[in-house]
Design a protein around this ligand. Structure first.
Ligand code: NDP
Length: 277
């Protein structure tokens, strides 16, 4: 309730100073107020969906804490956000390290004073049929896609429970609903993300912690670059021609965050219109 009152005060102010807000409708202003000043940690920000989400949320006034391994990309994205008037800091982080994920959360707390939203987005998809026994790739998918999400949850949950408020968003996939040949392990990790998130929802609902599962379909990012089988890579890339831009997933994530705090968007599936499965 307070949030809406604040938003309306803000709106009155903006109407008096019309030049500040030439294109925003009343509804836009109210919605923006629920992202403004939220502290949001996002993993996998150095490309694709994470990058688009960091930019979208910073534009809407969030205080963004960005994580990934490629520091040069993080720096460039931080500069772009800052040049557009947004607020973003970063920490080089490997999500498969429990210690580094704890350090990431502590750094966000130290710099921003609280954590409102954790977006566990980092992921890898080196698809292959099981019989090829690409054990290193299985291990990497399990480490990044499952353990990375768990470590992200573990790093922020105590602080959210203490405040009796928070939002954990985990990026799964349409492949977390469906399996196809060569996606056995990847789908296994994305089914796991959905199971973990739904369990967390039930465990923490009474603590006022919201959870959201994001399930993208085909999105134009670097994700397919790491498929090691050249034929499979070519055929997946061909199927990716209908892929939508990552900004569309960023807007879905933003939609989940901007809801009033008593509303939880628990799962969103976002496909290209032309994608059948
Ligand atoms: P990208 O390959 O563009 O981005 C993946 C991100 O994850 C990069 O920023 C990468 O950063 C980061 N990452 C990978 N490994 C690690 C690690 N060990 N530690 C920290 N960060 C890591 O792909 P997307 O943007 O598409 O992927 C984002 C999420 O969306 C993934 O979980 C993916 O499974 C999911 N998804 C994507 C779909 C698509 O079609 N693109 C469809 C469905 C789901 P760096 O290498 O710098 O560490």
């Amino acid at each position: 309730m307070t949030m809406y009152v604040d938003a309306l005060v803000l709106l009155e102010h903006k109407i008096e100073n019309k030049s500040d807000y030439p294109t925003k409708s009343r509804r836009d202003v109210i919605i923006m107020s629920n992202i403004r000043d939220k502290v949001v940690i996002i993993t996998g920000v150095s490309s694709g969906i994470g990058e688009a989400t960091a930019k979208e949320l910073a534009l809407k006034g969030a205080k963004v804490m960005m994580a990934a391994r490629r520091e040069n990309r993080l720096k460039e994205i931080q500069e772009e956000i800052q040049n557009n008037g947004g607020l973003a800091i970063y920490k080089v982080t490997d999500v498969s390290s429990h210690e580094q994920m704890e350090e990431l959360a502590n750094y966000a707390l130290k710099e921003y004073g609280k954590i409102d939203v954790m977006i566990n987005n980092a992921g890898v998809m080196p698809l292959s049929p099981v019989h090829e026994k690409k054990v290193n790739e299985w291990d990497m998918m399990i480490d990044v896609n499952i353990k990375g999400v768990l470590y992200g949850i573990a790093a922020v949950l105590p602080f959210m429970k203490e405040r009796q408020e928070g939002h954990i968003i985990n990026v799964s996939s349409v492949a977390g609903h469906l399996v196809f040949p060569s996606s056995s392990v990847y789908s296994g990790t994305k089914f796991a993300v959905r199971a973990i998130t739904e369990g967390l929802r039930q465990e923490e609902a009474a603590n006022n912690i919201r959870t959201t599962i994001i399930c993208p379909g085909s999105v134009a990012t670097e994700l397919t670059d790491h498929i090691s089988g050249s034929e499979l890579k070519a055929s997946i890339k061909e199927r990716s021609e209908i892929a939508i831009d990552p900004e569309n997933i960023a807007r879905a994530i933003s939609f989940a965050i901007e809801q009033p705090s008593d509303v939880a968007i628990n799962e969103l599936v976002i496909r290209p219109t032309l994608q059948e499965l």
